[in-house]
Design a protein around this ligand. Structure first.
Ligand code: F6P
Length: 342
């Protein structure tokens, strides 16, 4: 078969490991040939490709990012976008497509699948907010990066008797903040799922410091927001999928905490550091398992499906189930974190 591969949305460590696994099994086991589409769906709409074979994948397993490039292009927002995708696939004689991405990229894959395009999805997002899979690759690496940073922030916070607010990624779901906060011993973890009350946070910090703690790290997901009517907070411009550019809640919190508690407070925004670099061993293995399973899915003709991890096993689920609703942080995890607040 002739198989196209694309990576869409925000990049994350492990994308190259998936590409490598799809190509390796496809070429060696099934005698497939591959077309690499550049920059996510943009490459399919505009016919931008690059050669892809086992040779092109040598050495990419530990490399962060994606050799194919990525974008947030949404064909359904472009004139004749879906039709242009179909024309490109026909012109290049592509029989099937492996789309590696998060909610937006796989949402497009789902719509194209209903339109007759033979597509299989692989779940990717450092935010870990895709339904139907226990975890996405990239998440584990991002959490480890955050925990390393929080450990460093703790030592400098202690030297200077400070509060440090550490802002991490997590647009709609606070998985990174929650895992990194628990693993890093955060004094507070603020997530998009639960609007926060600045008064309660400041009371908790004041009580904590009165008991002899002289430093606190507050972990906040970029998508966390204050309870209605408590603090004014505005997010930035929208992308092609209608998402606001985030990043700013950490600075706002630091100013408010210092003003209300009198504790010297600083903010650190980890930003894209969380998305870069080499994947952890866990993410390399998960990405490799997903890639191998995806090309098997193609050869079984199971289109409109996504590979997923459930109870430690790789399974196939309908793309529609993966993008139906966001997977938000488990309340059980919130309860664990809260034991360490105050
Ligand atoms: O891919 C998800 C994500 O990392 C979010 O956590 C974050 O809000 C967003 O991407 C950042 O996007 P960009 O790289 O376009 O600034």
């Amino acid at each position: 078969m002739r198989v196209g591969i694309l990576t869409g949305g925000g990049d994350c460590p492990g994308l190259n490991a998936v590409i490598r696994a799809v190509v390796r099994k496809g070429e060696v086991r099934y005698a497939d040939t591959f077309v690499g589409f550049r920059d996510g769906w943009r490459g399919v709409v505009e016919g931008m490709t690059m050669p892809l074979d086992v040779q092109a994948c040598r050495g990419i397993l530990p490399r962060g990012g994606t050799i194919l490039g990525s974008s947030r292009t949404n064909p359904y927002k472009l004139e004749r976008g879906p039709e242009r995708c179909k024309v490109t696939l026909a012109e290049l004689s592509v029989d099937a497509l492996v789309a590696i991405g998060g909610e937006d990229t796989l949402g497009v894959a789902n719509r194209l699948a209903s339109d007759g395009v033979q597509v299989v999805g692989v779940p990717k997002t450092i935010d870990n907010d895709l339904s139907a899979t226990e975890v996405t690759f990239g998440f584990h690496t991002a959490v480890q990066t955050c925990v390393d940073a929080i450990d460093r922030l703790h030592t400098t916070a202690e030297s200077h008797d400070r509060v440090i607010v550490c802002e991490v990624m997590g647009r709609h779901a606070g998985w990174i903040a929650m895992y990194a906060g628990i693993a890093g011993g955060a004094a507070e973890v603020l997530i998009p799922e639960e609007p926060f009350d600045i008064d309660v946070i400041c009371e908790n910090l004041t009580r904590r410091h009165a008991r002899g703690h002289y430093a606190s790290v507050v972990v906040v997901a970029e998508g966390a927001a204050p309870k209605a009517g408590t603090l004014v907070y505005q997010s930035g411009e929208l992308d092609a999928f209608g998402h606001a550019r985030l990043g700013g809640i950490g600075n706002l919190l630091a100013v408010e905490i210092e003003k209300r508690t009198g504790f010297e407070t600083r903010a650190t925004i980890l930003g894209h550091i969380q998305r870069g670099g080499t994947p952890t061993a866990f993410d390399r293995v998960l990405a490799t398992r997903f890639g191998v399973a995806a090309i098997d899915c193609v050869h079984d003709g199971h289109f409109g499906q996504m590979v997923a991890l459930q109870a430690g096993t790789i399974v196939r689920v309908p793309l529609s189930a993966a993008v139906a609703e966001l997977k938000t942080v488990d309340p059980e995890l919130v309860a664990v974190a809260e034991i360490f607040f105050n």
